[in-house]
Design a protein around this ligand. Structure first.
Ligand code: ADP
Ligand code: ZN
Ligand code: ZN
Length: 736
């Protein structure tokens, strides 16, 4: 009897979430995880074999044969992971598999060498109608590209067009070798050090877990306490046992120092994965890992799917960062995937942070993760001193500048001593919150415990949780002052102020506008390291793991911006941000000082961050979450409908909500657990030319919540209006 292969066909349409059975021709060897080409409908498709079995789901005579079989592209572990993710994140199997296999590999291409194409710069005249050639030239204007990628982007015979253009001398084609390693330009840093007692304890605990069947750790270590050193040593030990490993960082471009420290230890055994790799570079890295040339992988979110086999250790640095959660379907959380893979491999997982996410710290307290703690900074400097400056008093005393007098004084002294400073500004979002400059009160929603948001378009205040709408008040509801204003000073404004106050001072600015080019981050950081400038101004980009010994002053220009975001995590995010930013000061012998400017100096997030008091913050915040039934005690489920035709989007959301009301009304347990449900415009109503509406449900965390989530997902899938996309999110990191 013929063998049957269950094949996941590479199509993304939501409704076709199933595998298809094919007969394995007698002369063909086919196994799980292998890339295959199969007949599908009128054409052919790529697919991956998920299972090999004796019996087909359909009658034998309707079965078609597999056309050809390629390399093995997935391990059994990865297949299981994809199957689990399908359940947990309500995604199709094909969408999950796509995360694990680069497109060129799915297409069953040869694994070695990648044909690259680039413009030579030699001018060429094309005859009219040479569309493919014109398409190739246009596509290459942005830079070199793999031929496979060109074929995808340019219709009508890109390969032929490239050959013709090469003959005319307009393009150059070459084969890229396999060992191209991004970030080579970084010099290697660091050597072996003598571990402190707290480092030793952490390393030993991790090593015991590696040797003894696995374990999951939450490593809470102050900024500069030597966490990276722990990761490095634990990884070395894993390698010494013949194991491989993965290190996740929030965004690789922002953590060049981390990469170079790993490069220094692991050399060619290290593969680097990041979002700015070209398709060809990504493929090469994938091949190096798959062939075990590289055993240690460092990368951002999607690197968690790297095909490392025989894993001994997975590290997630800055585990609280929300960039680990994907906002595109499947909306997976890379930290959870890390825990899954480590558990499956009997490996150690280490989640490190100075400010662990509240939800995960709560799990550690429950005993699901083992807590490791490294409270002390390396060296003699200790934690920097943090002062809170009350901007209301500055205003009362006539200072209308964005800098307080204390900050200006400290800046002056820092510059005079020839030291460096970082000024942190966080301006984000299309809309900003509104607060009173006299009393610090932010205008809050009467139904919810969050600040309302000012929408410029309609000039209204809106609550992003329940849809409450209000006019902008003329006077502050709390104190009656007329000094009500929208909040937010951007990075450019801060740059201007510095130039005005301290003319001639070297200033670098790092935000989305100044970091467009591929290596722009690195350039700016390198220039700051070389002390070309004394002042670095930036958004949260500068908050992460940077280590500049000459930085002795950090100024948080406006701590309130994140504090009043319409988000149940606003307090937590503010606390984390201030702790992180403060961690940049005084990392060497010279003592550091941090100034936090705020209109809300009594907010626990700010008070606790200034005192470096994680546990104090945790205790207050977890209580507030419990009282308001926010996660981890409650759950938000939302379906965002989006599309270009507003009426259709509204109609889709309305239909789903109506169906939801009908189903849920009869379910008594659901009604008991349900805190709120509604259908409304999304907080950002139009994004990238698409209108957005949402069905939102808030519920108490309980078994009924799983059922309700499943029902909402079913409704999202049932949305069949053309041109409308429905996306389900659970406890979204971004409520906009
Ligand atoms: P974290 O990752 O917790 O911020 P790092 O590992 O970057 O901390 O350590 C902070 C600084 O201390 C780095 O410059 C690092 O090289 C140095 N360092 C780490 N461990 C030791 C040690 N045991 N002895 C001396 N210096 C150390
Ligand atoms: Zn007021
Ligand atoms: Zn509300």
């Amino acid at each position: 009897m013929a063998q049957i292969a269950a094949v996941a066909v590479d199509i993304l349409a939501g409704e076709v979430d199933r595998t298809f059975d094919y007969r394995i021709p007698a002369e063909m060897q086919v196994f799980c995880g292998q890339a295959v080409r199969v007949p599908f409908g009128p054409g052919r498709k790529d697919g991956i074999v998920i299972r090999v079995k004796d019996h087909a789901e359909v009658e034998e005579d309707r079965l078609k044969d597999i056309l050809s079989a390629g390399k093995s592209v997935l391990s059994d572990e990865q297949i299981d992971l994809a199957l689990d993710m399908r359940e947990k994140y309500h995604a199709t199997l094909a969408a999950c598999l796509r995360l694990m296999v680069p497109p060129q590999v799915r297409a069953g291409q040869q694994l070695r060498g990648v044909k690259m194409v680039e413009l030579t710069g030699q001018p060429v005249t094309l005859r009219r109608g040479a569309l493919a050639m014109q398409g190739v030239l246009d596509a290459l204007a942005a830079g070199p590209m793999a031929l496979t990628e060109l074929t995808r982007q340019v219709s009508g015979g890109a390969a032929g067009a490239v050959r013709a253009l090469a003959q005319k001398g307009a393009v150059r084609v070459w084969e890229e070798g396999i060992d191209h390693t991004p970030y080579k330009q970084l010099e290697n840093q660091g050597g072996q050090v003598r571990h402190t007692v707290q480092q030793q304890r952490a390393i030993e605990a991790i090593e015991r877990a590696q040797a003894g069947g696995g374990g999951a750790f939450l490593l809470r270590g102050a900024t500069g306490s030597g966490k990276t050193e722990v990761y490095l040593t634990a990884m070395e030990r894993a390698l010494a046992r013949g194991k491989g490993g993965i290190i996740l960082v929030p965004e690789i471009a922002l953590t060049p120092q981390m990469v170079s420290r790993f490069r220094a230890r692991f050399g060619d055994a290290l593969a680097v994965l990041h979002s700015r790799l070209s398709q060809a570079e990504r493929l090469q890295q994938w091949q190096r890992i798959k062939s075990r040339q590289a055993r240690v992988v460092i990368g951002a979110r999607s690197a968690i799917f790297a095909p490392v086999d025989d894993i001994g250790l997975i590290v997630v640095d800055e585990e609280h960062e929300h960039s680990y959660v994907s906002e595109r379907t499947p909306c997976y959380d890379a930290v959870e995937i890390a825990l899954w893979r480590a558990r499956r491999a009997g490996a150690a997982a280490v989640l490190g942070s100075a400010t662990p996410s509240l939800e995960r710290y709560a799990r550690a307290i429950r005993g699901e993760l083992t807590l490791l703690s490294m409270p002390e900074r390396i060296g003699t400097g200790g934690m920097p001193q943090v002062s809170i400056v009350d901007l209301r008093q500055e205003l009362a005393q006539g200072n209308r500048s964005i800098f307080s007098r204390e900050l200006i004084g400290r800046m002056q002294r820092c510059l005079e001593r020839g030291e460096q400073m970082m000024l942190f500004v966080n301006r984000r979002g299309h809309s900003t919150f509104v607060s009173c400059r006299a009393c610090g009160q932010a205008i809050e929603c009467p139904n919810c415990d969050v600040a309302e948001t000012y929408h410029l378009g309609e000039q209204k205040l809106k609550c992003h949780y329940c849809g409450h709408i209000a006019d902008l008040p003329q006077v502050c509801p709390a104190c009656g002052s007329r000094s009500i204003r929208h909040f937010g000073a951007g990075t450019e404004r801060v740059e201007q102020e510095v130039a005005k106050l301290f003319p001639g001072t070297g200033v670098l600015r790092m935000d989305r506008d100044t970091t467009v080019g591929r290596d722009a981050y690195l350039d700016i950081l390198e220039r700051f390291r070389r002390r070309e400038a004394q002042v670095l101004i930036g958004t949260q980009m500068i908050a992460k793991g940077l280590d500049f010994p000459m930085v002795t002053l950090v100024g948080v220009v406006a701590a309130d911006v994140t504090l009043h975001l319409p988000d149940f995590r606003a307090q937590e995010k503010t606390f984390q941000l201030i702790m992180q930013v403060a961690g940049r000061a005084g990392r060497a012998e010279r003592p550091g000082h941090v100034i936090v400017q705020t209109y809300s100096p009594e907010e626990p997030a700010i008070v606790c961050a200034a005192a470096h008091d994680y546990l104090g913050f945790f205790e207050g915040e977890i209580k507030r979450r419990a009282d308001s039934q926010y996660p981890p005690f409650g759950r938000y489920v939302r379906i965002v409908f989006s599309g270009e035709d507003e009426a259709k989007v509204r109609q889709a959301a309305g239909q789903a909500y109506e169906a939801w009301r009908q189903t849920s009304a009869g379910q008594q347990q659901w009604q008991q657990a349900l805190l709120f449900d509604g259908c409304m415009e999304a907080p950002i109503r139009r994004l990238k030319q698409k209108f957005r509406y949402q069905v939102l449900a808030r519920m108490v965390e309980c078994p009924a919540a799983d059922q309700m989530e499943g029902e909402l997902y079913r409704l999202a899938l049932a949305c069949k209006i053309r041109g409308v996309l429905a996306n389900l999110e659970v406890n979204p990191q971004n409520m906009m």
